[in-house]
Design a protein around this ligand. Structure first.
Ligand SMILES: Nc1ncnc2c1ncn2[C@@H]1O[C@H](COP(=O)(O)OP(=O)(O)OP(=O)(O)O)[C@@H](O)[C@H]1O
Ligand SMILES: [Mg+2]
Length: 265
């Protein structure tokens, strides 16, 4: 199927290349049965699929959080399935992961939530450098004023933004978003999707975005893939997939799109 380049897909250099990925949990529970995914530098790839189809498992395999049964995962030109924990950590430093339902540390202020990854990974930073990085990180998500707030004082949308700032503070080259808009109202979801786009443009990151939110998929995806029965069933731009003649894809879109989003303006 055809692909379109909505944002700044710079080159056709694959920065993520997954080949024949298999993963089972127990004997009769095969989840991934030969997944192939390529993501080029600067590209935003959206991963769709029904609940339980293995989307989160796929991106967890990409950072070595879930061990694979078979297949290759090449990231930044390195085959990661054979790396030890120390080597994996070097790769993980270059990858931001916004976990599904990722929570802020409730007993820490916004500042402390952001200091945490910085201090853990960049031990040599001066206090001024830490302050600067936090200020910049919060400005990027439009929440500079929230620096001294506690998570309990923030709305759901604000928490997502702070989570995003925390994920991005180490300036990752790849960002993996697992359901970045879940639980938010449509307007806030749209704001988060737009923020993802703005950050992608500014930092020139490569992104993989898992979502059930078709508006988020439409706004952020250069290319969409659909995971079904353990493999990538189909791929294409939002417009191509939304107008697919395939009966299963049609019904997937009908059941995933609220009536107001069915058009592809
Ligand atoms: N650590 C684990 N141990 C056992 N089973 C697991 C584990 N992680 C995931 N699974 C199973 O793998 C399947 C796929 O899970 P996954 O979380 O990837 O789904 P998903 O596509 O992300 O779904 P959702 O859209 O609901 O988030 C599910 O059946 C889940 O129960
Ligand atoms: Mg999931």
């Amino acid at each position: 199927m055809g692909t379109t380049t909505k944002s700044n897909t710079e080159t056709d250099t694959p920065i993520i290349n997954i080949k024949g990925l298999y993963k089972s949990f127990g004997k009769d529970n095969a989840i991934l049965k030969g997944v192939n995914i390529t993501v080029n530098k600067g590209e935003n790839l959206v991963v769709l699929g029904k609940s339980g189809s293995g989307k989160s498992v796929t991106i967890k395999c990409m950072v070595g959080l879930v061990a694979t049964d078979n297949g290759q995962i090449n990231i930044f030109g390195t085959e990661i399935t054979q790396l030890d924990e120390k080597e994996l950590n070097q790769i993980r430093l270059r990858i931001g992961f916004l976990f599904q339902n990722s929570a802020l540390y409730d007993s820490m202020s916004v500042r402390q939530n952001l200091v945490f990854p910085l201090k853990r990974h960049s031990k040599n930073l001066t206090e001024e450098e830490v302050d600067k990085a936090i200020k910049e990180g919060l400005e990027n998500v439009g929440l500079a004023d929230a620096i001294d707030k506690m998570p309990s004082e923030l709305s759901g949308g604000m928490r997502k933004r702070i989570g995003l700032a925390r994920t991005l503070i180490l300036k990752p080259e790849i960002v993996l978003y697992d359901e970045p808009t879940t639980g938010l109202d449509p307007i806030t979801s749209r704001e988060i999707s737009e923020l993802i786009m703005a950050i992608q443009k500014k930092n020139k990151t490569t992104s993989v975005i898992i979502t059930h939110d078709m508006e988020c998929a439409r706004l952020t995806g250069d290319r969409l893939v659909i995971l079904k029965d353990g493999v990538i069933y189909t791929e294409g731009s939002y417009e191509v997939l939304a107008n697919s003649e395939d009966e299963w894809v049609k019904s997937f879109f009908v059941s995933s799109c609220p009536p107001a989003n069915k058009t592809t303006q």
